[in-house]
Design a protein around this ligand. Structure first.
Ligand SMILES: Nc1ncnc2c1ncn2[C@@H]1O[C@H](COP(=O)(O)OP(=O)(O)OP(=O)(O)O)[C@@H](O)[C@H]1O
Length: 444
């Protein structure tokens, strides 16, 4: 992709050891690498908020806190800037934790300056660090920050990516974030994102939909039709629910991935695949392979990089931003003010298990905003089914009153609130209706 071998190289070095720090600054400067040196976590934070280097080198143990805490805090703002952590001998467990959290590499003290120069050389071909794409809310939790970092890095290469995660967790949102970052990285103003739900297209149509067809390829094919693979050129072909593909489409997809070429149905011309393939599945693909329901060779082709979108219940830190995002979204859609989420309502969100993940949150907020017109949303607005379950059953008298109340209201509405007309329709006297309305709390 957009690699610039001679891109200006700069390093922010966060290291409290004066001897090591000075020798590294000298050596890096000799190599023509602009180096800014911070001797504490605080200084490092100030530097990183001011400048975006080609590479960050950060010691784990600093006099005013740990490098791990600093990097974890800043990770969401660092885009894809590569990070090398410097660990003391024996701190490997911490280094591994940081690698999982999104750091790129580590060096163990003592190390020769040349080792750092070599590592830097591997990164200096990278173009200017990416800014995260504007991909909605819900990326605050550590798990989502790590995912975002991985996506930002993948934006630089065309590798096939497999996204796992429960239904509604945000796999398509993640695929779009990757697509947008890739588009920005390549400097393209626009690029197609073509999403195909493999479970929703009938098996007999799938092939022609993905690969397209020539005129006359089958009955009803009156014109040449480009398929999704062709339409995604220069962008992303997103294959959702890939586990649901039958054996024949699996074989076709494998060929597409192996040869990166395809032919339209009924055609002879070989066309190159010019899109990145991102596949998603909420089923455990490895288990499907073990059960021989999914081809192993296809699994390996798809899972060149495998990432998981964590379920919402494992990232409560994202709930507030996501809820606020959907409140704003539906307020705009319904042309009304966004209601406020009361503290008990927020507690109810935190306590819920979210089997339907972000999609369920979105649906609950949408339904609450359709039904509740007030300026505040209460737990009952978001979880109406619980109220129904928790309320004690009505007595016979209460049930009769409720039914009468409902019926009288309806008849009153039909008779334009004229009590005399309503009484006639109900087969009772005006006075009896007045009495009932009073007892049942119906306003005339
Ligand atoms: N980070 C987010 N910000 C805003 N909306 C989100 C976010 N994550 C998910 N959503 C919303 O939640 C819904 C489900 O997301 P998405 O379709 O990406 O999930 P999925 O994991 O692909 O689901 P499925 O497996 O059912 O296809 C969508 O309406 C999406 O817009």
């Amino acid at each position: 992709m957009n690699q610039t071998a001679n891109a200006p190289r700069s390093v922010v070095l966060i290291e409290d050891d004066a001897v090591l720090g000075e020798s590294l600054v000298q050596r890096l400067t000799l190599e023509g690498i602009a180096t800014a040196w911070a001797r504490s976590a605080r200084e490092g934070e100030v530097l990183l908020r001011r400048q975006r280097p080609t590479l960050i080198v950060c010691d784990i143990r600093l006099p005013d806190g740990s490098g791990e805490a600093l990097l974890t805090r800043l990770m969401p703002e660092l885009g894809g800037t590569p990070i090398i952590v410097v660990t003391a001998f024996g701190d490997v467990a911490q280094a591994v934790r940081l690698l999982r959290a999104g750091a790129d590499d580590y060096v163990e003290k003592p190390f020769p300056a040349q080792l750092l120069i070599d590592k830097l050389a591997a990164y200096s071909g990278w173009s200017a660090p990416l800014r995260p794409a504007d991909d909605g809310a819900g990326w605050r939790s550590p798990a989502m920050q790590t995912l975002r970092r991985h996506l930002l890095k993948l934006a630089r290469v065309d590798t096939t990516v497999l996204l796992g995660g429960e239904s509604g967790a945000g796999k398509e949102v993640a695929a779009r974030a990757l697509h947008e970052s890739g588009r920005a990285e390549a400097g393209r103003a626009a690029a197609p994102f073509v999403a195909v739900n493999c479970a929703a297209i009938p098996a007999e149509l799938l092939e022609s939909q993905i690969f397209g067809h020539e005129r006359g390829a089958f009955t009803g094919a009156t014109e040449r039709q480009p398929g999704f693979a062709e339409r995604a050129a220069g962008g992303t072909l997103f294959l959702d629910e890939v586990a649901e593909l039958g054996p024949a489409p699996q074989a076709k997809l494998l060929r597409l991935l192996q040869e990166r070429r395809f032919t339209r149905l009924g055609g002879r011309e070989e066309l190159p695949l010019q899109a990145r393939i991102v596949a998603a599945s909420n089923a455990d693909l490895r288990a499907r392979v073990a059960e021989r329901r999914f081809r192993e060779d296809l699994y390996y082709r798809l899972a060149v990089v495998e990432l998981a979108v964590p379920p919402l219940r494992e990232r409560p830190e994202d709930l507030g931003a996501l809820a606020a995002h959907f409140l704003r979204h539906f307020a705009q859609a319904f042309a009304r003010e966004a209601p406020e989420l009361t503290a008990p309502a927020f507690d109810a969100l935190l306590a819920h298990r979210w089997p339907g993940n972000v999609r369920e949150l979105r649906n609950r907020i949408e339904r609450a905003m359709v039904l509740a017109e007030g300026p505040r949303l209460e737990p009952a607005d978001l979880f109406p089914e619980r109220q129904a379950q928790e309320a004690p059953p009505l007595s016979l008298a209460e049930a009769r009153d409720a039914a009468e109340r409902e019926h009288i209201r309806r008849v009153l509405a039909r008779s334009g609130s004229r009590v005399g007309d309503a009484a006639q329709l109900l087969g009772i006297s005006r006075t009896t209706l007045w009495e009932r309305m009073k007892r049942l709390g119906i306003k005339g």
